[in-house]
Design a protein around this ligand. Sequence first.
Ligand SMILES: [Fe+2]
Length: 249
Amino acid sequence: MDLKKTDKDGNELNLTPKANRSQSDYYSYWKNDPASLEPTAEDIKCELQLQALGDFELLHFPFDSKLFEKQIQEQSFVPYLRREGISNDREGLLLVGLEGDKPTDSLSRPEAIKRAGRMLYEKDFKYPTQAYRDLTSIHPILDYWGELGRTMIIRSNKGGWFPPHRDSPHLVRDCFRVVTFLGSQSGMNSYEWWLGDNRQTIVANKTYFVDTRKVHRTHSWDDDSLHLILNIPKTWENVMKLMSCVEHY
Ligand SMILES: [Fe+2]
């Protein structure tokens, strides 16, 4: 079995070409359309306030993790952004997607742009799927924000990884990120999250604000390491909501 072409069950993968690192040519974007990268007053005040918090901050979000472990057994994951010629055992489940999306529709932004046939930003994904409704155990984390952007659970299996990258490092990004490490295989023994050259402290079933504009990379040493990734629309109201759940020690 060639795990670069099929998943563990032998199902053929919907492969995406290798990433083109020259795509993020912000200078050309700016030259062609200066307004597209011009921050508003709200962008600047939100980004300054987020910057004041730190890069990887524990949030207060209690939820019923035992109930979650039962509920997640009922869900079916799909391969997540499998690139040609690269072995990377990671899967996903879509919780907030495009209108009419099922939880098993492709959920990475490059795959969704391909199937929608148009450019998409995180905030364009705003429709809760059936999986969102079914996973009542994590509603305390999801419902707190009101309308969310693209939101999903990533399942990283043994050997699964994300290469070093930045997510939307410009000031006009439309969303910021919050991550919950879900289930017993999501703690330090199973999973590594590096931000710059520093490995971050992760406690299983805890939620963190993560500054994903900074270079980060991850890898998994076990199967079934689950991560809830929330894209939260970057509004002053949502920044204030975030401030209210940061653990201040
Ligand atoms: Fe990322």
